[in-house]
Design a protein around this ligand. Sequence first.
Ligand code: F58
Length: 821
Amino acid sequence: MATKKFNKKEFIREVKANVKALYRKNLEEATQQQLFQAVSYAVKDEIIENWLATQEQYEKDDPKYVYYMSMEFLMGRALGNNMINLTIYDDVKEALEEIGLDINVIEDQEPDAALGNGGLGRLAACFLDSLATLGYPAYGCGIRYRYGMFKQKIEDGYQVEVPDNWLKDGNPFELRRPEYAKEVKFGGYVRVEYDEKTGRNYYKQEGYQSVRAVPYDFPIVGYNNNIVNTLRIWDAEAISEFQLDSFDKGDYRKAVEQENLARNIVEVLYPNDNHYAGKELRLKQQYFFISASVQEAVAKYKKNHDDIRKFYEKATFQLNDTHPTVAVAELMRILLDEEGLTWDEAWEVTSKTCAYTNHTIMAEALEKWPIELFSRLLPRVYQIIEEINRRFVAQIEAKYPGDFEKVRKMAIIFDGQVKMAHLAIAAGYSVNGVAQLHTEILKHQELKDFYEMMPEKFNNKTNGITQRRFLLHGNPLLASWITDHIGDEWITDLPQLSKLKVYVDDPKAQQEFMNIKYQNKVRLAKYIQEHNGIEVDPRSIFDVQVKRLHEYKRQLLNILHVMYLYNQIKDHPEMDFYPRTFIFGAKAAAGYRRAKLTIKLINSVADVINNDASIKNKLKVVFIEDYRVSNAEWIFAAADVSEQISTASKEASGTGNMKFMLNGAPTLGTMDGANVEIVEEVGKENAFIFGLSADEVINYEQNGGYHPENIFNSDQDIRRVLMQLINGEYAPDDPERFREIYDSLLNTKSSDRADTYFILADFRSYADAQKRVEEAYRDEAGWAKMAMLNTACSGKFTSDRTIQQYVDEIWHLKKETVKVK
Ligand code: F58
């Protein structure tokens, strides 16, 4: 079902008209940013018809929708992706050429929509792409942060955070929808009134402050199918004076307070990855977008249905981690207080509507709110959670009479805190992990008690990524080579890539494949030259670790190994060493001191190594500034080696690992997260696996017996590298600079066990695996085959597969088709 035909002349005319109407300029006078806006509005015009047609079709068919509730949508740029999915990319490119414009330059003007931190936010974005492409009715529900993920500058080797004012030039693809605005209430108290007539209590929040939630809609274009779904993100505005209760009119102080509340709520994305900070404003953000989204979902249902007790037949809420879990209580509140259902009726609806995805087992990421804060901010919602807890605890006691331990471990409210994961599990009809290993750990370790009590709720949905962005758009050379060999069905059916297997031993195909990799390395080398001022050799091995900076992801292991290699090369200048470029990209949470120090270490090591002429460019270290979705697309395309070296059991899934694999980079990694399944697909001979297993790590954690100091004492290469952290080798001006990192590995001052993430334990086996990488790379044909097999075996990791499993096993949606007149 092809989209309507692209009309080049018409498109050019429209771009010109847009430049005139928006900026009162001719093409020649417009800046590149203005041209980007003009082109985007022209592309948006192509989308609008489909958007209307889709919503009309949905209206007619009255399907069930999934509401994907998420604090984060890490969308990246929209223009390129929209052109790709409309299948007009090449047409637009040609049209722009005709008027002297370069599509790459135009695309490069667009700021990333970075409304997310890392994996969790990007997963949400991939899911929206797949939902639209597969034709499933869906809304993404989130927050329109004024400032997204900060921009990272590197100054003197240190990370500096710069606000991301992504909306400053206006956002051509968004649509403000004030007609769907909702009021969201905070604070105050609850008045209970008994109604004689109905014999029921009625609960009313009074003395509250409120804000107006105004939605902005973003089109989510399906691939070549006329379907356009909606990402609805909420902005906060002050309730204007005429909407205040007559009682409050003229209350200046109140008006100012409401202004401030509104401004603060959506001001900025919290920049933490796998860490929970427990800030009051964060809870406000959560309730703000959840209340607005749930109100909207109920209002939409009620337009065409009068029995609210069947709500779950037309709507399901997928909670992206615990951040949106207050949806459980908000839905209950609406059903009880506004729709007049009984508790049991409301509970039946809620527990058939909500489903929860867990993205981490890291203890420090679990959300727990102090009762005091929670009940003060959300008094009615808190009452409801208390009642949910009371009933849940009764169930636990009925099942395990006299076992208070169970209550202690499983209650929703305990020790003065509200535990959001427990609420999500108790209230939801599904609990899923994001990779097989992760789900097993949830069932048998972290959430063991819950699994034993309600095994039927637990299931796995291994993550996936969209090939439309991370291959078709990000790696056009490889995409068209693949299409030349096996046709283009892989674009919506990724397992077709296995057809490439017949070419993996063909020398011509091998050469073409590696030549494309080389071109992509040249493209990235240029980017690095322009942005970092470092010259790298595209013939060297591009060994890449790009992801958020976190101790469990072990960028430290990587850079310590680089220090070790440098020592080797210095000691044995004659040694045969295949040139390597180690590429890092990572943002550290602004308040995460040790992570920021690790960035400084990487840059300090880079400075020394890159400026040491004696090693003849055998080693280069590059830290790419401001790693984000848009430059990620180029980085994956150019990688030879994919570093996935988290401490086993800590990385729930990983999704970068899949993007590298798709682009033909073998994994150098631990048996963690989805790496396990990657190896299962491609074969362990086509990956470089090392390190402790998840079981071994968990065993050490639970029973002790790990002594990094023994390794330090017995392995002199490791000892030397560690000593270089404190002898000024990489910090001549301040030899103590990296003391904290040294200490974290060997003991001492901190209350944590030394080397929490088993870096020394895994160092040797990592170094050996790196040695195997080098040997393998020297065998050109062998490497080409391995790289091709990685691409060929990556079919499982499309988010199309993941979404289909969510649909079949959790959401139960029906596919829609849309024709355009
Ligand atoms: C990530 N979590 C996991 N959380 O770490 C990763 O293994 C997984 O592939 C990915 O989710 C998708 O399932 C993650 O990115 C966050 O960034 C949260 C942001 C808000 C605070 C708590 C962490």
